[in-house]
Design a protein around this ligand. Structure first.
Ligand SMILES: Nc1ncnc2c1ncn2[C@@H]1O[C@H](COP(=O)(O)OP(=O)(O)OP(=O)(O)O)[C@@H](O)[C@H]1O
Length: 866
């Protein structure tokens, strides 16, 4: 059998069809319809090979389906042949299908040549057979272009159609009609690559957005460019600007966020969706910065890398940490030299912190970035704390204490505190109190006055306090340094295999700065607390050589650090219960982690690849700690109550005067308010105005009670300008009244609270005064009772009483009676010497200085000054 090939002459086919035009045929006894007509104008030379019907079918239904259906249905295949027929040359539909088949095969034999069927020349194939044979001979790979009609097209048109079909099928994801499996695979690879490329483009686009936003964070110029119209980026840059700005710009940030949310631009959408998390974080930071005023209430986390030690260098250690941009820390894991399979493989991780200090960073720089701001806050009455965390030998003590030549954060902070105090305050306006303790094996010890372990108690005002902890008052930086040195000598340090001067305890230095600030209300005392904490290093059990006391210490250190970790985890997860009670360390750090305090954490790491595990743990831990947010830090202010009676009376007078003034102010405001109310009542209100009849109109206004400006108001504005002005005035007046009311209310509350404070302090004063009088009365009474033998003063060893009842009495030294108030207060005073008439003047003078409770550095200085 001969098969129709793609190169069959079109004219021959046309001739064949011409012969059969207008005729129906019979098949299997069934009458088939006549061939439809084709417009005369349509010829083989015509540019468009497909008649209208076929073209439209191709457009609407898709070429491939049409061609497939043609090839599968006999009738459709015939109709494809019909398309080239001419109506005027139709003949009656009497010719049988067999004739047509015969002609087709003849034509095929003439045009294409080829081998026979093996069934003999007389064999006439059925149309189904012809079609399927054509199909079988057609190129494989799809059903798009093997229909008879397709084969009747010219080779150029066939190529064109194949290209179209292939394109469509590629778009739909299927194989091409004429392509080989390799080509198909190639096409799908191209498709996949294109998808991947688009995806990368998207990601790149998002990254670009981030980079732009980051650039805008840095330069005002870039943010100005953003402001010139970059949709969502504008919002982010504004936000970033605000993040750096003071609290007052917070509203701008909120506005910007709202604008971004409302912005329908795709850029805004990208900014919100692509960088949505970052955006939210920025907003949160802005909000907290606005509330916290600068540093914010998030824990600031810094990382400090120490230089490689000599010992590490000698043992062939490599550096596995790299600090980039003073923010990013890259940690690289090297394979072990014996691990040949993974020798060339590196694994790394990237961390970003508030700041990262490379190994050559000076102590002063570390202090300036991490702690200086907190010291400033302490002088404004805000609490701050700085603590160092890291594995043993990572450089915590070096960072916190340093050396004499290279002092650390503790020393620099104390020096800075005193320098600032000196700069801002007058003499005597400040008090600095200092305490230093350590937590060793779960017991709290006073480092300044070593003795028995201290007990921790919860105080409603001060939080967790160590009962009995000595607080030393210091007046100069030198005094503080001496105390610090004394404390450090008492601290437990032992050599371990890792570190020759390993700290075996957690040390906490607390500095309370009380500062008197003159304010309108009088002298106000601001008290800020700075806690500087040097934690003991976390360590592996094998890292320390001894397995006796050192291992017990190590276990205790690890246990307390574990408790600290669980507190941090709980805080990060926002849990209600934070297990602060699990260890002494966490109890003492409660304020720093979860209280009203601004906190900075310095994570110390070693560069050596031998300490890779410890470094990784520390970095993970620090990364987690970034999420902790402490409470909003409030300024702690207290009304200062002077010690002497004279000052107290002065303060009382001052407060009474202030109160009087406030009352007058209140009365004035109330008067203003009443007047304003009366004015408002006298002038026509909105309602009365609304109900008035407009001149020249008999109808009342449509909505007399309408206050909001709208159509009505715009109309009335044109028609009745006077009325509108009156309305405006009233509105203004009402607003003023409201403000005045609020102000009056505030003043009233203020005066009430002042009165309460005043009466409380008066009551306290009165009570103290009465107590004092009572004591004096008692003394006078006792003196009178014993007056005769004492006045004689026959023996110099006997106690002597001053003649006047107002004078102070000495002589309770050897008495067996119960201790009185005077005994207690005079305990630290010099021993009372027997007084004679001649020495009376001297003894009275000696009794005049105030009793001292603590032998403090400041005490001796004051005494010598006196
Ligand atoms: N930044 C640094 N520059 C120079 N030397 C440093 C630095 N950090 C640490 N060192 C040195 O490293 C050694 C160990 O430091 P340090 O004692 O501070 O470690 P540590 O973390 O406190 O250890 P431990 O937890 O055992 O007390 C010390 O000799 C110290 O001088």
């Amino acid at each position: 059998m001969h098969v129709l090939e793609a190169g069959v002459d079109r004219r021959q086919v046309e001739e064949l069809i011409k012969e059969n035009q207008g005729e129906g045929w019979k098949e299997g006894g069934k009458e088939m319809p006549a061939l439809p007509a084709v417009p005369r104008s349509h010829s083989a030379a015509n540019s468009s090979p497909l008649p209208q019907q076929a073209a439209s079918r191709g457009r609407t239904g898709g070429g491939r389906e049409n061609v497939e259906s043609c090839s599968s249905k006999r009738r459709a295949s015939i109709s494809n042949l019909e398309l080239l027929a001419r109506p005027e040359e139709r003949r009656p539909a009497t010719r049988s299908l067999a004739v047509l088949k015969e002609r087709v095969s003849r034509l095929a034999a003439a045009g294409g040549g080829g081998g026979g069927t093996g069934l003999g020349d007389g064999y006439q194939p059925s149309l189904r057979e012809t079609t399927s044979s054509i199909k079988a001979q057609a190129p494989r790979g799809g059903g798009g272009n093997n229909s008879p009609s397709f084969l009747l097209l010219s080779p150029t048109l066939q190529a064109k159609k194949t290209a179209v079909i292939n394109q469509r099928s590629l778009r739909r994801g299927g194989g091409t009609g004429t392509t080989t499996p390799q080509e198909n695979e190639e096409a799908s690879n191209v498709k996949r690559a294109r998808g991947a490329y688009n995806w990368v483009k998207d990601v790149e686009g998002m990254r670009r957005q981030e980079r732009l936003a980051a650039a805008e964070l840095e330069t005002p110029k870039a943010s100005a460019a953003a402001a010139a119209g970059r949709g969502g980026i504008l919002t982010r840059s504004r936000l970033a600007q605000t993040a750096r700005g003071p609290a007052r710009t917070y509203s701008l940030a909120a506005e910007a966020a709202a604008a971004a949310a409302a912005l329908p631009t795709p850029r805004a959408m990208i900014a919100l969706s692509g960088g949505g998390r970052k955006f939210a974080e920025e907003l949160e930071t802005v909000r907290e910065d606005a509330i916290g005023g600068g540093v914010g209430t998030r824990i600031m986390v810094y990382v400090r890398l120490r230089p490689m030690s000599k010992k590490e260098k000698e043992s062939g250690s490599r550096s596995c940490v790299r600090v980039v941009n003073k923010r990013d820390v890259y940690l690289t894991e090297f394979a072990l030299e014996t691990d040949y399979l993974r020798l060339k493989r590196l694994r790394g991780r990237h961390f970003a912190f508030d700041a990262a200090f490379p190994d050559n960073t000076a102590q002063q720089e570390v202090y300036n970035i991490s702690t200086a701001e907190l010291v400033e806050g302490v002088l404004q009455g805000k609490n701050g704390s700085v603590f160092c965390y890291g594995a043993t030998g990572a450089g915590k003590t070096h960072t916190m204490l340093g050396t004499v030549q290279n002092p650390g954060v503790m020393v620099l902070a104390l020096k800075d505190l005193f320098a600032k105090i000196k700069k801002h305050s007058r003499d005597g306006d400040h008090v600095v109190r200092l305490s230093y303790l350590e937590v060793y094996n779960e017991s709290v010890r006073d480092l300044l006055s070593p003795g028995r372990p201290l007990v921790l108690r919860e105080d409603s005002k001060q939080g967790i306090v160590a009962a009995g902890l000595t607080q030393y008052q210091a007046y100069t930086a030198d005094e503080v340094m001496t105390l610090l040195q004394r404390g450090n000598l008492n601290r437990t340090t032992e050599p371990t295999r890792i570190n020759e001067t390993s700290s075996r305890s957690h040390a906490i230095l607390q500095v309370v700065a009380e500062y008197k600030v003159p304010q309108e209300t009088g002298m106000v005392v601001r008290a800020g607390k700075l806690s500087l904490i040097d934690l003991a290093g976390s360590e592996r059990a094998l890292a320390t050589d001894q397995r006796t006391l050192r291992s017990v210490e190590g276990a205790s250190i690890n246990r307390s650090l574990l408790a600290l970790s669980s507190c941090i985890n709980a805080l990060c997860e926002g849990k209600k219960h934070i297990p602060f009670r699990n260890s002494k360390l966490t109890q003492l750090l409660k304020d720093s982690l979860g209280g009203s305090c601004r906190t900075a954490m310095i994570a110390n790491i070693s560069p050596s690849n031998f300490s890779f595990g410890e470094t990784q743990n520390t970095l993970h831990w620090a990364d987690r700690a970034k999420e902790i947010r402490t409470k909003v830090c409030e300024t702690q202010e207290e009304l200062s109550v002077p010690d002497s009676m004279e000052d107290k009376t002065k303060l009382l007078h001052q407060m009474q005067k202030e109160n009087q003034e406030l009352r007058i102010q209140l009365a004035r405001l109330q008067h203003k308010f009443v007047t304003a109310q009366q004015t408002a009542a006298a002038s026509p209100s909105v309602i009365t105005l609304g109900s008035e009849r407009t001149p020249g109109s008999s109808a009342p206004l449509a909505n007399p009670t309408m206050k909001t400006p709208g159509l009505h108001s715009s109309l009335s504005e044109q028609e009745f300008p006077e009325r509108v002005t009156a309305e405006r005035t009233i509105r203004d007046l009402q607003r003023t009244i409201q403000l005045l009311e609020m102000e009056a209310e505030r003043a009233k509350q203020d005066s009430q609270s002042r009165e309460e404070k005043l009466s409380a302090s008066m009551a306290a004063l009165e009570k103290a005064h009465i107590l004092e009088l009572k004591h004096k009365d008692e003394l006078i009474h006792k003196l009178y009772q014993r007056s005769s033998p004492l006045i004689v003063a026959s023996s110099p060893a006997k106690p002597v009483v001053a003649a006047s009842p107002a004078k102070v009495v000495h002589g309770c030294k050897n008495s067996n009676r119960k201790r009185s108030f005077w005994d207690i207060t005079n305990m630290n005073s010099p021993p009372a010497a027997p007084v004679t008439r001649a020495s009376r003047r001297l003894s009275t003078a000696a009794a005049n200085y105030a009793p001292s409770l603590l032998l403090q550095p400041g005490f001796s200085r004051r005494q010598s000054q006196g």
